[in-house]
Design a protein around this ligand. Structure first.
Ligand code: SF4
Ligand code: SF4
Length: 169
């Protein structure tokens, strides 16, 4: 479903849509190496202080508003079944895997790490030196910059597809 929200600049709607799909695709990619382990350990590396970064980011906040979830001041987005956010998670949530997860499929972990780095880098310098996630006023994003981020996100989709179609032996 495309994002429709009245209070955001319409120019960023395609970017929000694409970001959301990229995030969910990355979760699908990560699933085989982390899901069982992370559920088993109960999200030990999740912390409310990390969750809070998502509501402090105007861009992520738009994505979060679409999910109609209540933030818990003690546990953030963490529930017994794992993270409640389907998208709009702080990017650091995708950047860290404990050794146990890394050891499960080292080759695949390395390739996923490359995808996540590209995903994170796609928002670099969205406004001056600010990363997309840190931009305070989304109205200030230029069309040119939005289109450049979308281009970089398309490259991330290619990397995801290639990782999915060429799993390590
Ligand atoms: S990455 Fe490791 S420590 Fe973090 S939730 Fe998953 S299994 Fe637990
Ligand atoms: S946003 Fe989700 S994945 Fe990230 S720390 Fe919070 S509960 Fe964990």
């Amino acid at each position: 479903m495309p994002i429709v929200m009245a209070d955001i600049p319409f120019e960023i709607v395609p970017l929000l849509d694409q970001y959301k799909v990229a995030e969910q695709s990355i979760q699908t990619l990560i699933g085989p190496i982390s899901h069982g382990l992370c559920l088993e350990c109960g999200g030990n590396c999740c912390q409310e202080a990390i969750c809070r970064e998502s509501i402090q980011s105007p861009f992520l906040n738009v994505l979060i508003q679409m999910q109609n979830l209540a933030y818990n001041d003690s546990y953030g987005w963490l529930a017994d079944s794992g993270c409640r956010l389907r998208y709009g998670r702080p990017q650091v949530c995708y950047s860290y895997f404990c050794q146990e997860v890394m050891d499960k499929q080292p080759d695949l972990s390395q390739r996923i790490d490359g995808v996540i780095r590209a995903f994170t880098a796609s928002g670099d310098h969205a406004l001056g030196g600010s990363h997309l996630i840190s931009v305070e006023n989304l109205d200030e994003l230029s069309l040119h910059k939005i289109s450049k981020i979308i281009d970089k996100m398309n490259q991330v989709f290619h990397m995801i597809a290639s990782t999915q179609s060429h799993p390590p032996a």
